[in-house]
Ligand binder design. Structure first.
Ligand code: ADP
Ligand code: LRH
Length: 487
């Protein structure tokens, strides 16, 4: 690979992988060298991540990456890490993790919202941070901590980078999801730390995507068979930032493509890429977020409940001895008529695990309709509800940001869901371009390649490389089917 070989550690809420990305002028070839499941666990009275197990998988993955590269006589130029946002681990002065990190699905932060808002008016919070209100934003989670004396908070990708390098940093795209970050200045909102009684060095200093965190600790280097001089490079460590960087939108006729994106996995992150944040009252009311993207862009988006709704149903059904294959389930759902019952996929009611089919049916019942206790019907309801949520969100984003959308790009695991892609085209009335599945890993690799000087140019060039090297699926809106899908 003339442009270099880069290792991407990409951990989503449902699974993780370590991928080698070989960059050439023809594109990026990905080789997945290690895959592992992820999910919340009930531990010590809360819903947490089994971080120790995840870190062991990271090491196993890096070892596999080293072996795969060595087998071809290649050298890994750097390592980049991205995971889901918001959550953090607490480390003491000796660098030990004091507990397995809580998951944002734990309920504890819900009761912290009112006390935080009593100290900091939510309108003021929004004006500075531009962050959507979610009960699990880091700011509310931190408010539940009893004693932060002598501890530092490391966001999950930063925690992994710290354990690999010994260097503590907070990567900026992920810092923008904490509720303690100034969206305009691109710095910590220090006045909010003071107002909440948090030390201003609770988080380590910021680092930007493309900057080097450090090199591997000798002990880690030995364990994974990589040279200790191997750098860990900050990427868009918020997985959604990396995914959006790899949306294969290409400039068309000299004009940037007017695209919306849906990063489709456990969550659906639906929105636009902007140069400047939108911090208006209307934007706050619509609960749009202004998270940071790579190259100083703004990810103007909304969390729409995602495929969590479906994966949780699958988990419940499996527990009842019914384990339908995903493809079969989607085919059966696709055969059902348009216009069936829908739920509000964003409802916080769906955040926690446990009996998702029952909760979805209860939510439908509250709308005065009936949803059959049938996996195909429930799956169809989820897909119709998500598509309607996407359409609503894109229309609102256009209005609030004063932009028009010509095409909707769907990236991530959910881009393989042909039913959802078609329903999305129908509901939005726009063509949908689906893929790549591994957009997040691609964004991770390409930011490393850019930092190494192997890719010459900004985001537009990254996207051109992705678009050239990926086969994409296209869906045209079916007007006849539309009526049943829009609100
Ligand atoms: P996350 O990063 O949040 O863990 P992913 O981007 O890996 O999520 O996407 C996982 C989701 O992708 C699954 O929940 C599943 O619904 C969907 N998915 C994965 N493979 C397929 C497939 N072959 N067909 C349809 N959907 C799929
Ligand atoms: C997607 C994601 C999303 C956040 C959520 C916590 O994986 O990072 O962007 O809102 O997880």
């Amino acid at each position: 690979a003339e442009g270099g070989v880069f290792a991407a550690v990409d951990i989503g809420a449902s699974s993780g992988r370590v991928i080698l990305g070989r960059v050439t002028s023809a594109g990026v070839a990905l080789e997945t060298v290690h895959r592992f499941p992820n999910g919340v666990v009930e531990r010590d009275g809360g819903l947490r991540w089994d971080f120790d197990a995840l870190f062991a998988e990271v090491l196993a993955g890096l070892r596999a990456a080293a072996a795969a590269a060595a087998a071809r006589g290649e050298k890994i130029a750097s390592v980049g890490i991205d995971t889901w946002a918001v959550d953090y681990g607490l480390v003491d002065s000796a660098g030990n993790l004091v507990a397995q990190p809580y998951s944002y699905r734990d309920d504890r932060s819900r009761t912290a919202v009112a006390p935080v808002h009593a100290k900091l008016d939510p309108a003021r919070l929004y004006q500075t941070t531009g962050l959507q209100f979610l009960q699990f934003n880091t700011i509310y989670q931190l408010a539940t901590e009893k004693d932060l004396d002598g501890l530092q908070a490391l966001l999950i990708p930063d925690l992994i980078a710290f354990l690999l390098t010994g260097v503590r940093r907070t990567e900026a795209t992920n810092a923008s999801t904490t509720g303690l970050f100034d969206a305009v200045a691109g710095e910590w909102a220090t006045e909010f730390f003071a107002a909440l009684g948090l030390r201003k060095d609770l988080f380590p200093p910021l680092i930007q995507p493309g900057e080097t965190v450090g090199t591997l600790l000798p002990d880690i280097a030995g364990q994974v068979d990589l040279p200790p001089e191997t750098p860990v490079v900050a990427v868009g460590s918020h997985d959604t930032a990396s995914a959006v960087a790899a949306v294969p939108a290409v400039a068309d006729g000299g004009r940037g493509e007017n695209f919306a994106y849906i990063s489709s996995g456990t969550w659906s992150l639906v929105g636009l890429e902007l140069k400047h944040p939108v911090l208006t009252g209307a934007s706050r009311e619509a609960n749009f977020t202004n998270e940071r993207g790579v190259d100083g862009t703004i990810r103007y988006l909304r969390n729409v409940g995602g495929l969590w709704l479906l994966s949780e149903c699958q988990r419940t059904w499996a527990g009842e001895g019914f384990q339908p294959d995903l493809a079969a389930l989607l085919t059966a759902a696709a055969a059902l008529p348009v216009g069936g019952p829908r739920i509000n996929a964003d409802d916080p009611y769906f955040i926690a695990p446990d009996n998702m089919p029952g909760r979805i049916r209860a939510a439908v019942r509250r709308t005065g309709e009936v949803l059959a206790d049938d996996p195909a019907a429930i799956t169809r309801c989820i897909m119709d509800s998500l598509a309607a949520g996407y359409a609503r969100t894109i229309t609102t984003a256009e209005r609030l940001a004063n932009r028009e959308v010509d095409v909707v790009h769907v990236v991530g695991g959910g881009s393989q869901n042909t039913l959802l892609c078609q329903l999305t085209a129908n509901a939005t009335g726009r063509p949908v371009v689906a893929g790549p599945v591994e957009a997040t890993a691609l964004g991770n690799v390409l930011v490393q390649a850019q930092a190494a000087g192997a890719v010459d140019g900004g985001l537009a060039e990254l996207r051109r490389i992705v678009a050239t090297g990926t086969s994409l699926d296209r869906y045209q809106p079916l007007v006849a089917a539309r009526q049943g899908c829009v609100n």
